[in-house]
Design a protein around this ligand. Sequence first.
Ligand code: F6R
Length: 245
Amino acid sequence: MKIFETKNYQEMSRKAANILSAQIILKPDCVLGLATGSSPIGTYDQLVEWYNKHDLDFSEVHTVNLDEYRGLTRDNDQSYYYFMHKHLFDRVNIKPENTHVPNGMEPDADMECARYEELIRSFGGVDIQLLGLGHNGHIGFNEPDTAFAKTTHCVNLTESTIEANKRFFASADDVPRQAYTMGIGTIMQAKKILLVVSGEDKAEIVEKAFYGPITPEVPASILQLHTDVVIVADSAALAKVKELH
Ligand code: F6R
């Protein structure tokens, strides 16, 4: 596990974008695993800036996103489909048919999860998976549990996640109760993992996840077993592990 410390969110975003750019340049038809949330927004902005300077070409890139709310239409501004188009896909020359987000409107959960796993397999796997880190150690929508979920599955959102997300919706009743997410096994099969984390509110979970025991109660802790993980974290997020890395 390689940890890069950066001064702040902006520097973290630039470093992460550098790593993703290297992947795109070395393998123009690579498969990027992508995430939503506040952590990767700066990374996407930086990639767009380099694209606008003609330093990057997304024309052969394929993407697969980690997760999506179940029951939200694509044009709902809280769907992850909408987020990805707003922050990246609509701003670069990626082919829309090469971008993939789980279909939140597919009512048959088993079918959608099997389809998504098969899609990733058909690409020969993810070359680099970008991740954020939840305050409770979740990655994707894989919440603390008694076991690690292997493949793409449908999860019931916890009360705390619904509570945390309700600020984005008109009311708590409008927050979806379920989501589709890649499993921990799906994530662990990515050839390379790039996790971005910023802010002192994440310092405690960074210490637990990457310096504590490997346990499904802290889903991100499994990343300690992956052979190619890069964590790009700002100083605030590394505040509790300064002397350890
Ligand atoms: C997003 C995702 C989530 C976030 C995590 C951190 O697709 O899968 O696991 O990465 O909740 O969110 P932020 O970056 O908003 O702190």
